[in-house]
Design a protein around this ligand. Structure first.
Ligand SMILES: Nc1nc2c(c(=O)[nH]1)N[C@H]1C(S)=C(S)[C@@H](COP(=O)(O)O)O[C@H]1N2
Ligand SMILES: [Mo]
Length: 527
């Protein structure tokens, strides 16, 4: 084997060819600059009140994607990433954009004009995504267009441009020229993106208005949870789920932060008179408190997309009574500031149940993630047809005339909650000691109530579990079963009965189109 020492290698007569990865990096930095500048500009527009709210390009592209996601992909995302599904989507969007920008940069190095055109097209697609967001105004495209212009400018001065000077720089020093461009461009883009996200993600006025509600004492508070509603079994989900632990499901890429003082809710459609209320008016109403367990239709058997809280709010029926629904109406299409809609049976909002325009959750002002300033809570219905966060409009209409967000995506237009039960302890796969073991969990059949819960170990007969005190038919009910555990591997099953005596369906069914059914079973080992 022979080697050639560097000293004997012939000196190059041509300037060294610019490496292909220069183009890739050029493209990525141009993309980062674009997004950074656009994000800062978007935050600026919001801050001077010239924007409808969500004009930052990455969020807009992700949001537009969510709204066009086929149901199977949405189910996959929730099943795989759970409540992190939106973070996963944001990461995915960034990865796809990065790869696209790198490819465009490589193209620009060979054929500058083609690269610039491709970059401009991506920018225009981003601007288009911004325009399709709910409530978007024409001015909202400005940040993305300005960002794209900056990215184009950067790219046009890159490795693909002025080849002689770039080559000269390369011969002078193999790194100095482009490295400086990348470091400066990348740093400016990253700092701008960070700044824009910080400024845009938090509207100071919204936080101030939320803090103001904290200071308002709860008038007419009468509700106390009976002591026996919580069995206090270690590992069992608490009867009231703290706000910070409460499950969160929605289609909002950026959590809307609404200044309560700007909030309005209008009642439209088939009504005697349209009504609009603002935050002050709502505050002047007699508030009610209610215990209501929310459940997501996407919850799998044994899943945790269910939670219970005390909600404080004004009954929806009182607002609807002011408007006077006309005969023939059978549905209320609720609309959120983020464009989400829910189709709620009119009857569920006008009968005597605790359907509330809620402003507090467990005594606190609603967290932004859970709908501040106002969300709807309706006992007995899955969240997607009832629990609209950041609610802005109630349109009295019919199921024949209007469809809500999830209906064309393969979910039932109406969504009464199905009777279900879950084992919290012992956990699946747990190893426990022989002797008395507390098997405990929750069961729910909102607005009907739970009358009985039974537990089955292996193939033994079903045995009655002890129920916690019934705090409300609108909430879940804890249960516990003292199991005399013997050594070996055991399957534990649970089933619940609603107040009419009907047992939950044992048939295995997936969440779509109207809620999962089946028996929750956990396998444990006893030593
Ligand atoms: N504006 C808005 N409200 C919404 C949704 C949404 O996507 N957007 N999702 C609904 C669904 S599917 C559920 S299960 C509940 C969840 O409420 P939570 O996040 O407060 O637990 O909110 C409902 N309200
Ligand atoms: Mo849901």
């Amino acid at each position: 084997m022979t080697t050639t020492s560097p000293a004997t290698r012939p000196a190059p007569t041509q300037p060294p060819a610019r490496p292909a990865w220069w183009g890739l990096l050029d493209g990525v930095v141009a993309g980062l600059l674009t997004v950074g500048v656009a994000t800062v500009a978007a935050a600026f527009l919001v801050s001077v009140g010239q924007s409808s709210g969500q004009p930052a390009p990455i969020a807009a592209v992700s949001g537009a994607f969510i709204d066009r996601t086929p149901p199977w992909l949405k189910d996959f995302a929730i099943a795989t990433f759970g409540t992190n599904d939106k973070r996963a989507l944001l990461v995915g969007t960034v990865v796809v954009l990065t790869v696209a920008c790198a490819a465009i940069g490589a193209l620009a190095m060979r054929r500058l004009t083609a690269g610039l055109v491709a970059f401009a097209v991506v920018g225009l697609v981003g601007a288009g995504a911004v325009l399709t967001r709910p409530g978007a105004a024409p001015l909202d495209v400005l940040p993305t267009l300005v960002g794209t212009a900056v990215g184009l400018w950067f790219l046009s001065r890159g490795s693909g441009a002025g080849s002689s000077s770039a080559a000269a720089a390369a011969t002078a020093s193999s790194t100095a020229g482009p490295t400086r461009r990348w470091v400066v461009g990348g740093a400016v883009g990253a700092v701008a993106a960070w700044l824009g996200t910080r400024l845009g993600g938090d509207s100071a006025a919204a936080t101030v208005s939320r803090d103001a509600l904290k200071a308002v004492p709860l008038r007419g508070t009468t509700l106390t949870v009976p002591a026996g509603a919580d069995l206090g079994v270690p590992g069992l989900t608490p009867y009231l789920v703290p706000n910070a632990d409460f499950y969160r499901i929605d289609t909002a890429i950026v959590v809307p932060r609404i200044d309560a003082n700007e909030w309005k809710l209008k009642v439209t459609g088939m009504v005697e008179r349209e009504v609009e209320i603002d935050w002050k008016t709502l505050q002047s109403k007699q508030m009610h408190e209610a215990l209501v367990t929310l459940t997501c239709v996407s919850n799998e058997v044994g899943g945790d997309l269910v939670g219970n809280a005390v909600w404080t709010g004004w009954p929806v029926r009182e607002l609807l009574a002011m408007a006077g629904p006309k005969a023939g109406a059978d549905m209320v299409l609720q609309t959120s500031v983020d464009g989400f809609t829910a189709s709620t049976p009119l009857g569920a909002l006008t009968d005597d149940r605790n359907a509330l325009l809620a402003i507090r959750m467990n005594g606190e002002p609603l967290p932004f993630e859970h709908g501040f300033p106002v969300r709807v809570v309706v006992p007995g219905l899955y969240g997607y047809v009832s629990a609209t966060k950041w609610v802005t409009e109630l349109k009295v209409t019919t199921y024949a005339d209007d469809v809500a967000y999830w209906t064309p995506r393969g979910w039932s237009a109406m969504g009464p909650i199905k009777t279900a039960s879950r084992i919290d302890v012992p956990r699946a796969g747990a190893v426990v000691k022989a002797g008395t073991v507390a098997v405990a969990g929750v069961a729910w059949a909102q607005h009907r109530g739970i009358s009985k819960v039974e537990v089955q170990v292996d193939q033994q007969p079903w045995a009655a579990a002890r129920l916690a005190v019934d705090a409300s038919t609108d909430t879940w009910r804890q249960w516990v079963y003292e199991w005399q555990a013997t050594a070996g591997s055991h399957d534990i099953r649970v089933r619940a009965y609603d107040a009419s005596g009907e047992v939950q369906s044992p048939l295995e069914a997936p969440p779509a189109p109207d809620g999962a059914t089946g028996i929750h079973v956990v396998t444990v080992r006893v030593e």
